[in-house]
Design a protein around this ligand. Structure first.
Ligand code: SF4
Length: 135
């Protein structure tokens, strides 16, 4: 949820209900600390978005959530949603379950478990994330 789409909460809930989605959650975005004020929503103001990767290493996004762009592009989180080159696939072309267990997800999960696997970084958004970059 960001300052740009906060006004669409009701529409998102209504659309989800119409599609038969049984759960809708609005989540904290992954913004840089110096992001402009208008990026932040009243649901998740700037002060709620700090994350210390050294104090709390690791990432559960690859196992619990997904980010689908307007064009069907799938990535594991909102870290780099504007680069189609890092998509894990497209849900308009491939069933979500296949992508969720597909090669890019498997490579990203392997990288997360072993950040020393530099051979897996190319083309995977997690490869340039602070969560894995320190290794
Ligand atoms: S880019 Fe970073 S925060 Fe996003 S799923 Fe990968 S490791 Fe997690």
């Amino acid at each position: 949820m960001t300052g740009f789409n906060e006004h669409e909460i009701d529409t998102a809930r209504e659309t989800a209900a119409r599609l038969g989605v049984d759960q809708v959650r609005f989540i904290r975005p992954f913004f840089p600390a110096d992001a402009p004020d208008d990026w932040f929503s009243t649901m998740f103001p700037r002060q709620t978005l700090t994350h210390d990767h050294e104090a709390a290493p690791g990432c559960s996004w690859l196992y619990r959530s997904a980010y689908i762009n307007w064009d069907g592009g799938l990535i594991p989180c909102c870290r780099d949603p504007r680069d189609p080159g890092v998509d894990f696939g497209n849900v308009f072309e491939t069933p979500f379950s296949k992508l969720w267990n597909g090669g890019k997800y498997q490579a990203a999960r392997t990288l997360l478990a072993d950040p020393g696997r530099h051979d897996l970084r190319s083309g995977i958004v997690c490869g340039r994330c602070p969560v894995t970059r320190g290794a």
